[in-house]
Design a protein around this ligand. Sequence first.
Ligand code: SF4
Length: 399
Amino acid sequence: MSLPTLPRQDAAAPPDCMTLLPDMEPGDPAVMRAVLEGAAAYEPLAYSADDAQKALRAAARGDTLSPADLGALLAPAAAPLLEDAARLAQQVTRARFGNAVGIFTPLYLSNYCANGCRYCGFSRNNPIKRARLSLEEAEAELRAIAATGLEEILLLTGESPDAAGLDYIAAACRLAREHFRVVGLEVYPMNSADYAVLRESGADFVTVFQETYDPALYATVHPSGRKRVFPYRFYAQERALRAGMRGAGFGSLLGLGPFRRDVLAVALHARLTQRQYPHAELSFSVPRLRPIINNDDLKPEGVSEAELCQVICALRLFMPFAGITVSTRESPRFRDHAVLWGATKVSAGVDVGIGGHGGAGERAGDGQFEISDRRSLAEMRAMLLARGLQPVLSDHSYV
Ligand code: SF4
């Protein structure tokens, strides 16, 4: 199952993280400029509780919230209003999504990576056990997952085009489409022609986390590899939608830098993308930094559960139609609450290692991070039903 003969990636760092390499397809620079300027200008301490109250009243009237409203809802001054915000977020969520909460699981295909992200267990500099599933092994894993009843799969790889190239990912998409109704991807950013190949092969969604919208911090935590190029990552959702994907996911890694500013930026990024692609189904993920294998030095900025709750409520009120995924990085207790007032999708039966679902034998490669919620599909369904919610295994039928 493992690929010991694969060469270690040559990941020379582009010196300038804000300049695209010649082969990198650009996006709309006006969108990136607006997001970065909005984030740089945001001063959370400049907002008062009155500002947050005003934003909540606007949300209650059904108004479209302004970036300033979002800034107020994310500010420390809004923390005492969290119960009001959660109540309103719950109303908005139920009005837009009914009682439906989607369930999916990730399948990690490969943990080879050419990048050196300082916060990630898959970093090329981290001496973990590397593996890539063969296509036969990937299909065995897909079968094993499908047998549990799941109908939506998220395929993930580390960011190594040498280990998991376009042909490999496309073949994995085709296999996944045979067993699942909805196929999401979380792989390295590509040009739109490559995304079109993956769409043709059965992929529905592309998720790319920007990690942080602070270019200086971005350059510090991404010392090597193509990921170092900030704009190429920023424009990924735009390229994926241009290629015909149904939807795209956005996220920043909460705790890597000042999280309020990163959340404001990710929300602006999604809203401006929605204006360009009104038909697109957009979603947010809200991952907090987790401990990783072989890295005891990581000292993330703390983001408490109450602050994460504030983030989810603010995103829901700012983008009422956007999905919000809460992953197994969070505790069962937190996820059980989040589905009540904001989350619209949760994962179940999760293993973040390579080959961990039992279909291809024993787990062959180490995981990306530690997970907090190991519940199966049956357990997650039972939890949702107990809360009066409707577990949804797929939201789309191809005819
Ligand atoms: S975050 Fe992504 S690109 Fe960075 S080391 Fe991990 S898998 Fe590779």
